[in-house]
Ligand binder design. Structure first.
Ligand code: HEC
Length: 204
């Protein structure tokens, strides 16, 4: 305990006090208190002007932007030309998808995509996806898992058709393209509401 041995204190304290005070510690009556230096708050730059260049990178070319600009909206905005039938999709499914998602889309090492249990167990395209166009967006950008971006528009339309037909949402002879895919009404559409929150008190 500090302060019980006057002899030790007498010899030790002057040097120790000096060193400890610099760290923001002080010893008073045998009690140690610690104060922390206030960190200086980060200062905002006085001017918002940015330099013309940061000295790295290169201008984004229209071609490079087009490769990234592949999102497809619920109303079909962004869908490319092309088309695919359920039969086309069955073929592509067998080659690129069944290994992970199961021969009938029932799931395997990866999620099930087929199933209409309205309780939402398990979650599938059939009982949980509000928009059919998300199939195009997701498959085109992310699947097959090991080689995303390699499918042609026709293949992706065919896969969307096959998955929708397996879920009994469209007929087996339906053709999916930029007009027909956004027109598909998904069973789970009513399970979602538009997110109109603005980040204020209405957030719940
Ligand atoms: C190597 C394995 C693999 C292959 C092959 C594969 N996927 Fe997937 N897929 C996944 C994984 C992993 C996920 C993420 C969800 C999960 O954890 O299962 C996923 C997710 C999906 C989803 C979203 C599921 C959801 O409800 O969130 C769709 C749709 C999908 N894949 C379609 C396809 C299609 C179509 C093909 C064939 C072109 C394909 N996948 C090939 C592994 C694979």
């Amino acid at each position: 305990m500090i302060g019980t041995d006057a002899r030790v204190l007498g010899r030790v304290v002057p040097a120790a006090t000096l060193a400890i005070t610099m760290l923001g510690l002080s010893i008073t009556g045998g009690r140690v208190s610690v104060t922390y230096a206030q960190a200086t708050p980060p200062q905002r730059a006085s001017s918002t002007a940015l330099p013309d260049t940061f000295g790295f990178g290169r201008p984004a070319t229209p071609d490079a932007i087009a490769k990234l600009d592949i999102d497809v909206m619920p109303d079909g905005t962004g869908l490319p030309p092309g088309s695919g039938t359920v039969a086309d999709g069955a073929q592509t499914w067998g080659r690129f998808c069944r290994g992970c998602h199961g021969p009938e889309g029932e799931g395997g090492s990866a999620a099930p995509l087929v199933g209409h249990d309205p309780s939402g167990r398990p979650l599938t395209v059939g009982n949980h996806w509000p928009y059919a166009t998300t199939l195009y967006d997701y498959i085109n950008r992310a699947m097959p898992r090991t080689a995303p971006g390699t499918l042609t528009p026709d293949q992706v339309y065919g896969l969307a058709a096959w998955i929708l037909a397996k879920n009994e949402i469209i007929a087996d002879d339906a053709v999916m393209n930029a007009e027909t895919l956004p027109a598909v009404v998904m069973p789970a559409l009513g399970r979602f509401v538009p997110d109109d929150r603005r980040g204020g008190p209405e957030v719940r």
